[in-house]
Design a protein around this ligand. Structure first.
Ligand SMILES: NC(=O)c1ccc[n+]([C@@H]2O[C@H](COP(=O)([O-])OP(=O)(O)OC[C@H]3O[C@@H](n4cnc5c(N)ncnc54)[C@H](OP(=O)(O)O)[C@@H]3O)[C@@H](O)[C@H]2O)c1
Length: 392
């Protein structure tokens, strides 16, 4: 029986609230707070049980602290934007609240993400006897747990890791991103970076592609090398990794639109003067693109996200693949959201559940792979993200 505060009433936040409501024995009191309270109320109106809602500006520690002192949560799930990670962590420390998020901190004025800023909170969380669980989405999140599971049950040494994220769904829109457009485009247009031979290698964004044959009828798709935040923590925590890469599929249509938008300067985060007003082109673009939360009823097809791992077991080379397939339409039927929000929101709920039930415990800042993967893997099967493993 626990009180949980969920911050962010977007596509992911809506799924988190729906999934927490399904487990009243763990999440007995729920509050959804966001910048726009009407969005929280619209989500609350669709839920099977009552929750509290509130307006909060999560950029402001004082507002967060006031809200936390009023509601007195044991845990806060941050599914606002990466820009708010540090202010929400500060408020959690001030109020004695555990912290869970799905994306690492990113400064608003620089398209750069790394764990350093949040890892720097290690001593403060430890001293306060609180846990901060970082990156409890799908990737990062489940992909970290998949890797820890593989190491625990299938390998003595892991040498190569390829995280492969496929969205084989179609929303029928000329151009839309399936999570927050600003964060998505900052991530996709960043240089690709992968770990090889003990160092990071950088290549231009979307310049390296291969074909991968996805299972269960999804079939061959082009995958593009990218940088993704879980590579930073996984290479730190699995020091035997010789190569670690992250790949994602994109449709030709998405890439064509993105190229044009980049060429005309619409993806820039440098403010420009427009009629005497400073505007950031990427933020303006976000305002004209479809809201990812609105794509739910339009999206069909499936996602397939998994880890392809090579290493050694009992002196022999082994190749292993673990993945989840998620159907956009089934997600919409269950919680009114498409699969990208669903595959992020379910692990955020499970991460919170691990902490609140004591399945995962400890004081300090943790990445997902540092904790026992077994209870989390079990809950994935029970709460809508079943996984399959194959020895290749
Ligand atoms: N790990 C993964 O697998 C994964 C995958 C996808 C997404 N994510 C992460 O999930 C998070 C949510 O994504 P999303 O697609 O749900 O985004 P979204 O639809 O844009 O929702 C973000 C929500 O946060 C609210 N918000 C923004 N700034 C705020 C502030 N200062 N104070 C209070 N609320 C604020 C927004 O309020 P308004 O509605 O008023 O703008 C919005 O409701 C992002 O951090 C994203 O990077 C993780």
């Amino acid at each position: 029986m626990s009180r949980v505060l969920i911050i962010g009433a977007g596509g992911v936040g809506s799924v988190v609230v729906h999934k927490c409501c399904q487990v009243p024995e763990v999440f007995s009191d729920i509050m959804l707070a966001s910048r726009t309270k009407s969005k929280c109320d619209a989500i609350a109106a669709k839920l099977p049980r009552p929750i509290k809602t509130a307006r909060v500006d999560a950029d402001r520690v004082d507002e967060l602290v006031t809200l936390m002192r009023e509601f007195k949560p044991e845990l806060c799930i941050n599914v606002a934007l990466p820009y708010q990670d540090l202010t929400i962590m500060d408020a959690c420390l001030a109020c004695g609240v555990h912290y869970v998020d799905t994306a690492n901190y990113e400064p608003r004025d620089e398209a750069k993400f790394e764990y350093k800023w949040q890892w720097d909170y290690q001593d403060r969380f430890k001293k306060a006897g609180l846990m901060a669980l970082l990156g409890s989405g799908f990737d990062p999140g489940v992909t970290n747990v998949f890797t820890a599971w593989a190491k625990k049950h299938h390998f003595d040494e892991i040498h190569e890791l390829d995280i492969i994220d496929c969205n084989a769904g179609d929303h029928g829109q000329p151009f839309a991103t399936n999570f927050n457009p600003e964060i998505n485009i900052r991530e996709v247009t960043a240089p690709a970076r992968h770990w090889e031979g003990g160092k990071w290698l950088e290549t231009p964004a979307l310049s390296t592609a291969e074909e991968f044959d996805f299972p269960e009828g999804i079939g061959p798709r082009k995958i593009y090398l990218m940088y993704h935040e879980e590579l930073e923590s996984l290479t730190r925590h699995f020091s035997g990794l010789r190569k670690a890469r992250f790949w994602m599929t994109f449709s030709d249509n998405y890439l064509r639109h993105l190229e044009v938008l980049q060429n005309v300067g619409m993806t820039s985060i440098e403010p420009i003067d427009y009629n005497g007003q400073q505007i950031v082109p990427l933020q303006f673009l976000k305002a004209v693109l479809p809201d990812p939360a609105s794509l739910g009823p339009l999206t069909h097809g499936r996602t397939c996200i998994g880890c392809l791992i090579k290493g050694i077991k009992e002196g022999r080379e082994k190749k292993y693949y673990v993945y989840n397939i998620c159907d956009h339409h089934q997600c919409f039927e269950e919680v009114g959201a498409q699969a990208v929000s669903y595959t992020t929101g379910v692990p955020a709920m499970i991460g919170a559940m691990m902490l609140l039930t004591g399945a995962w415990s400890g004081a300090g800042v943790f990445n997902m792979e540092q904790l026992d993967p077994d209870p989390f893997m079990e809950k994935l099967n029970l709460h809508g993200l079943p996984w399959t493993e194959v020895i290749l």
